[in-house]
Design a protein around this ligand. Structure first.
Ligand code: FES
Length: 236
C-alpha cells in the first residue's frame, strides 16, 4: 500500500508530516494543502496581510525544494545532487525566545528564526504593543500582531494565567513570495505539522514556522532571513 522514494521516506503516511531528507528536499506527506501566498505590504514595507495567489491541486504527497536550485519550483527536481547541496541541520529542536514582560502580556522572541516578513513592524512594533497593552483593545492588537508573525519568532501569552494566544490554522503549507522586497521567501508551515530531521528526531511541533527554501539559511531547516540577503528569486 505504500512505496518508498529515493530518500527512504514512506510517502503514503496519511497524517500530515514533513521529513527533512539528508541534503535533499522536504518530503511532505498526508495530503497537506499547498498554496502560494504573497506578503502584501504598505508603501513603507510593513506587512499587512498574506494573500493567496495560487492553490495547487490536492496532492497526497510531494517533495519541496530546499536547496534553492530547482528549475521546477517549488518542487524538487534533483538539482541538489548536481549542486552538492549541504543541507546539514543546525537548528535547535525547541523554541526558546527572549522574554519581554509587559503590563498584562508576556512576549517571547526567538530572533534565530526570523523570516523578515515584517508583520511586527506595525505601529511602534509588536514589542512595544506587548509591553504597554493593558486594556481589551490594546491587548487584542498586541496578540494579533504577535500571531501574524509567520515564522513563529514571536509568541505571546497572558502574564497572569500563562495562556498562549495562537491564531487557528489547519495543517497547510504556503510558498511565500515577498514582492515588496523583490525576493522569494520561505515555506510557511501551519497547523502543527510534525517536522522530522534527517536523523529522525522531531522538532518541537508548532502552529507556525518557516522552513528555508533558498538553501542559504545558517539555521537549517528553518529560515533565518538569508533569502533577503542573497536576494533569492525562485523564477531565475
Ligand atoms: S528561505 Fe529564508 S533563509 Fe532560506
Amino acid at each position: 500500500l505504500y512505496y518508498e522514494t529515493d530518500y527512504g521516506v514512506n510517502m503514503k503516511i496519511n497524517k500530515p508530516h514533513i521529513k527533512v531528507t539528508k541534503n535533499g528536499p522536504y518530503a511532505v506527506t498526508g495530503n497537506v494543502p499547498l498554496t502560494e501566498q504573497h506578503i502584501v505590504s504598505d508603501n513603507a514595507g510593513t506587512a499587512l496581510e498574506m494573500e493567496v495567489t495560487y492553490e495547487y491541486p490536492p496532492m497526497e504527497s510531494y517533495l519541496l525544494c530546499r536547496c534553492g536550485k530547482s528549475k521546477n519550483f517549488p518542487f524538487c527536481d534533483g538539482n541538489h545532487i548536481e549542486s552538492h547541496f549541504n543541507g546539514t541541520e543546525t537548528s535547535k529542536k525547541e523554541f526558546s525566545g527572549f522574554k519581554y514582560t509587559g503590563k498584562t502580556l508576556v512576549l517571547y522572541d526567538d530572533e534565530d528564526i526570523c523570516a523578515s516578513a515584517r508583520f511586527c513592524h506595525v505601529s511602534d512594533g509588536t514589542w512595544q504593543l506587548a509591553r504597554e497593552a493593558d486594556d481589551e483593545e490594546s491587548r487584542r492588537e498586541a496578540i494579533e500582531c504577535a500571531g501574524n508573525c509567520i515564522a513563529g519568532r514571536l509568541v505571546i501569552e497572558d502574564k497572569e494565567t500563562g495562556e498562549v494566544f495562537e491564531p487557528h490554522y489547519e495543517p497547510s503549507i504556503a510558498i511565500v513570495q515577498d514582492p515588496a522586497a523583490n525576493v522569494s521567501s520561505a515555506i510557511w508551515v501551519r497547523g502543527g505539522i510534525p517536522i522530522e530531521s534527517a536523523d529522525g528526531e522531531l522538532y518541537e511541533v508548532r502552529n507556525r514556522v518557516t522552513l528555508c527554501r533558498c538553501g542559504r539559511s545558517r539555521n537549517k531547516p528553518f529560515c533565518d532571513s538569508m533569502h533577503s540577503v542573497v536576494k533569492f528569486r525562485d523564477d531565475q
